[in-house]
Design a protein around this ligand. Structure first.
Ligand SMILES: Nc1ncnc2c1ncn2[C@@H]1O[C@H](COP(=O)(O)OP(=O)(O)O)[C@@H](O)[C@H]1O
Ligand SMILES: N[C@@H](CC(=O)OP(=O)(O)O)C(=O)O
Length: 424
């Protein structure tokens, strides 16, 4: 089995779905499990839909559901000449059922409600993609990840139960031995009672890793709108260089620091079973792309850059002049968890603890809960730059006109929190 993953950009409209069909044509000999995300920006729209339903903003809710229904039906209309194909009714039913949720009392747990609704983006996209692939090749099956990926109850950030998932996935595939192409949803799972969970935003890459691990896949290919893994995000950087081959370890580091081309959880299951991961362009499917595998030989050929914008540096100092030790650190971490804040970098001195969080973090929650015991200083509008395989010259070049507020270096990685003083 080979595993392919197509994200939102690669199924954003009818032409993109046709392109997925053409890519599969290049692999006539292989059994392929295809993981598909929601189409285009549907997950963001579904998040808004879940929010409006929960807040009982029924007009906004109905408008957005109608808009998503139109969006998907337009794609179906362009893909299928046969206007009585069952996919038309299937898509309508998904959105009509969603619209009817105004008649059902919302669950108290917002995260639960969110997963039941947002998951429909992947359900509808896979229904469309599988129906289209079936119309081309007549050898496919639709698999319901909501019955195959078993998770705990941590709605929106569910953790996988690997043993049960492996059993469920292998028996589902064994039961469909005559099929060649299997289409399933990225980012979805289910609890042992059968409620839908999601694995965290952008988690479809991880789903590809889960299926590949459970099926001992030959390889995984993640099809993207970029030629492969680059040494920086081309949205922010000109003159990027493609990384032809890097190790699992290097890819984990880059993804962990924020290289958003791959979800950081994807790689570990593949590394454990030595399953190579290809990152390729769906716009140029026959080009080489990047291979992520065990050899570390090429890891340090070029420096890689990861930028996190809109960062906030928070420094806390105990009011009672005590040192930063385990007791007050555990208090600070408890507050971070209560306020759902994720640390991107941290550092301490004798009297203060500093950390960076994303700008969209609930800062007033942190301020309110920390300011009883600590002096809290907040510095907004910063950038966090991570450079893998850095040298002094690269750092100098990057920091011209910038003030460095925090700096950390290991042998391979330099991380800097910087302020653009030129802009002031
Ligand atoms: N190091 C990198 N190399 C390549 N692309 C990167 C890198 N870091 C960030 N990206 C961004 O990742 C995007 C592709 O990932 P994503 O948008 O999540 O795809 P999808 O949702 O279709 O799976 C690219 O368009 C690019 O802007
Ligand atoms: N659709 C989900 C899961 C995902 O991974 O999507 P994509 O492959 O388009 O990043 C999200 O947007 O979070």
């Amino acid at each position: 089995m080979r595993v392919f993953k197509f994200g939102g950009a690669s199924v954003k409209d009818a032409d993109a779905v046709r392109n997925v069909g053409e890519i599969l044509r290049l692999f006539p000999e292989d059994k392929i499990l295809v993981v598909v995300s929601a189409m285009g920006k549907t997950t963001n729209a579904m998040e808004e839909i879940a929010h409006h339903l929960y807040e009982k903003n029924y007009d906004e809710f109905r408008n957005l559901v109608a808009e998503r229904k139109r969006f998907h039906l337009q794609i179906v209309d362009a893909l299928f000449q046969e206007k009585n194909h069952p996919i038309f009714t299937q898509v309508k039913t998904i959105f009509n059922d969603l619209g009817n949720r105004v008649n059902v009392p919302s669950a108290e747990n917002y995260n639960f409600e969110y997963d039941q609704i947002v998951s429909l983006g992947e359900v509808v996209s896979t229904k469309i993609v599988q129906a289209y692939i079936e119309s081309l090749y007549h050898n496919s099956a639709w698999l319901d990840a909501r019955k195959l990926v078993r998770t705990n109850h941590a709605y929106r950030e569910a953790e996988v139960d690997w043993t049960k998932t492996e059993r469920l996935i292998t028996s589902a595939i064994d039961a469909l031995a005559d099929k060649k192409i299997f289409v399933t949803q990225g980012f979805l799972g289910h609890t042992d009672e059968g409620f839908t969970t999601t694995l965290g935003r952008e988690g479809s890459d991880f789903t590809a890793g889960i299926f590949a691990y459970c099926l001992n896949a030959v390889d995984v290919t993640i099809w993207k709108d970029v030629p492969g893994m680059l040494n920086a995000d081309p949205k922010w950087f000109d003159n990027t260089v493609k990384l032809d081959s890097i190790s699992f370890r290097e890819a984990i580091e880059l993804a962990y620091y924020g290289a958003s081309v791959i979800h950081p959880k994807t790689i570990k299951p593949l590394q454990n079973k030595q399953i190579p991961l290809f990152v390729k362009s769906f716009l140029n499917p026959e080009a080489e792309g990047t291979v992520i595998q065990s050899s570390m030989e090429n890891d340090d050929l070029v420096p890689s850059f990861i930028f996190k914008m809109e960062q906030v540096l928070i420094s806390v100092t105990p009011k009672d002049f005590s040192f930063i030790v385990e007791e007050n650190l555990s208090r600070i971490f408890a507050v971070l968890s209560e306020c759902n804040a994720k640390i991107n970098i941290m550092q301490n001195s004798a009297l203060s603890f500093s950390f960076c969080v994303d700008g969209k973090t609930n800062l007033s929650c942190l301020q309110e809960k920390l300011s009883g015991e600590f002096e809290v200083k907040i510095n907004e509008g910063l950038e966090l730059v991570t450079i893998r395989h850095y040298d002094a010259e690269t750092i100098d070049r990057l920091t011209v006109g910038k003030e460095i507020l925090l700096e950390q270096k290991t042998r391979q990685t330099a991380r800097l929190v910087i302020k653009n003083v030129m802009a002031e």
